[in-house]
Design a protein around this ligand. Structure first.
Ligand SMILES: CC(C)(COP(=O)(O)OP(=O)(O)OC[C@H]1O[C@@H](n2cnc3c(N)ncnc32)[C@H](O)[C@@H]1OP(=O)(O)O)[C@@H](O)C(=O)NCCC(=O)NCCS
Length: 222
């Protein structure tokens, strides 16, 4: 019923139309940073990778990946990644699925496809940001192997998790006997202290009690 397809030059209108429709229906707009037409075009023209989820051929979601290369905005600058590695960074940029098709795994499928396509691009580091007020935005990123490692202010001062995964290897397996704790996504002060103390997010748990980040101690691998 669903297909994931790679988009290319000429698909700017397709993404912009979905973006505007989905944004208009969002109850909390501060969790979603819209992309300009120019930025979308840059990613479609080889500055990134873009995908759509199709249902019976009709677009119902998209995922954008951006290669910052020599450009100013590079999330790697938030962490002590050596500057000679900045050209090997991919940003997991914007993603959205139409409300009626959320929770069907499309976000996860588009992430998996984009990760597979990173092979051969020279990427060694994947970064993303996502709002702690948006657990369903954070969860598919963590499932794709990214881990929340910091809280940062972006896009005019909005609070965001900074997420990171090494590529292609990923973070590696956690020690089964390692220390672990769960912190609510809403407990910002506690999360900030945990990141300062060397904890990173390993899993997002969402249930009746709310959304929590299961955290483990792990140093950044650089
Ligand atoms: C973020 C977003 C793209 C995720 O897309 P999605 O196709 O719903 O993602 P998935 O179905 O792969 O969901 C991932 C997980 O969250 C769960 N989930 C997502 N939405 C859910 C919902 N509304 N109800 C229950 N569970 C939900 C899924 O069950 C899945 O959990 P699992 O891994 O345990 O199975 C979508 O929620 C969205 O468009 N949100 C609005 C825009 C946005 O916030 N974008 C992110 C910022 S750029």
């Amino acid at each position: 019923m669903f297909d994931i397809v790679r988009l290319g030059p000429g698909d700017r209108g397709l993404i912009l139309t979905m973006q505007e429709r989905i944004y208009a229906a969002l109850p909390e707009k501060t969790v979603f940073e819209r992309s300009s037409g120019e930025f979308i075009e840059y990613c479609l023209d080889g500055g990134g990778l873009c995908y759509a989820s199709l249902r019976h051929g009709v677009p119902v979601g998209y995922r954008m990946v951006y290669f910052p290369r020599g450009r100013e905005f590079n999330l790697a600058k938030e962490v002590p990644l050596p500057s000679h590695e900045w050209d090997r960074v991919a940003h997991w940029d914007t993603t959205a699925v139409q409300p009626e098709w959320r929770g069907h795994g499309l976000g996860g499928l588009m992430n998996a496809r984009a990760l597979a396509d990173l092979a051969g691009t020279g990427t060694r580091h994947v970064f993303a940001t996502s709002s702690p007020c948006n657990p369903y935005g954070v969860k598919p990123l963590v499932t794709a192997g990214l881990r929340p490692v910091r809280l940062v202010r972006k896009f005019g001062g909005h609070l965001r998790f900074l997420l990171y995964r090494p590529f292609p290897a990923g973070w590696g397996a956690d020690s089964p006997r390692g220390e672990e704790k769960a912190v609510a996504l809403s407990a910002i002060t506690e999360l900030e202290a945990a990141f300062r103390d060397g904890w990173v997010g390993a899993e997002v748990v969402i249930d009746e009690a709310g959304a929590r980040l299961r955290m483990r101690r792990a140093p950044l691998p650089f």
